[in-house]
Design a protein around this ligand. Sequence first.
Ligand SMILES: [Zn+2]
Length: 392
Amino acid sequence: MFRTAIPLGRWAGVAVRAHWSVLVVLLLITDLLASAVLPQAAPGANTPWCWITGGLTAAGFLASLLLHELSHAFVARHHGVAVKRITLWMLGGAAELEGEPATPKADLRIAVAGPLASLLIGGTALGGAVLASGTLPPLPVSGLAWLGVSNLLLAAFNLLPGAPLDGGRILRAIIWRWRGDRARAGAIADRSGQVLGAVLAVAGFAQLLLLRQFTGLWLVLLGWFLIFAAQAEFATGPLRERLGTLRVGDIMNSSPMIAPGWWTVDAFAEYAAGAGHDRVFPVLSFDGVPLGIVSLGDLAKVPADARRAIRVTDVARKDQAVPVMRVDTEVTVLMERGHFPRAGRDLVLVTRGSGLAGVVGADDLARAFELTALDHRPRATGDHKAFPQSVK
Ligand SMILES: [Zn+2]
């Protein structure tokens, strides 16, 4: 969804980026303010000043969205949950956390932090507008008042009790505390988010069709997003629970075919043609240290006349391009980091100490999902041959 986002640097150690749709929102808010709200609030104000005030107020609104998300991020970090990044987009912002809060209390505090920030900003802006009315010209006062009201509305909307809104997280934390079952609490909050989304979408359609108000479209869009996001969460919730404490070492392939890094592309292709059915391989150094991965597709990109000279290690994907996990890492952590290897293209390297213990490919992950759906736990095969076992 957010593939085309513009990086906006790091704010207090948190990476922030904006999806291009933020620009659309900036323009829409500026237009709404300059052509409708401000001329009505300050009759007789000249048009260029209306646009300048509108633009500044719209920018202020985006800044307050960012402060809302940063508040979530700071409190999460305080409770030991790392923050991956913050993304601003058309319908607000999202702070992506690296893990889950350990207790209902931490869950509640992280969720409450955002709306609390919006309430504070809204109250301050509205109070400022009241104090400044009479001293400052009506245009900036109206801009400030609009910023205040919109932040209060933002807080109120986010407190609606359905995931993935903050109110849904609060609901989850309360049920978690009350029933002691986090997975069940999460599922209830997700269901509630779907119902809320449907109600908003229907209200939006009614506004659009019966009252002929174009702003109903926003409600439809928000409702649709809520249903979609809550459904996605609902789908991953039970899976997470099913995988439980399963570790990468339990699901890995502990005897994959190895690509010796020092071999030439041609020699390895010749070898691979007659051994096994793998299409992607871990690459090892002469000393048995895992270097990266290589697929038959990667090898095929080497020009034919260079295949006898270029070595496998020169073609291998290394470093950041290849996820490496320790053998005792939980499978849910692998999923949280978004490591879903593509069949025939990617592998997760699994290490024990500095050596390779095995690999996790698309099939290994799918096998784990399917076995747990059958109420069986995949077990390590215990087939730990010394690497490189298939290379003579
Ligand atoms: Zn929030």
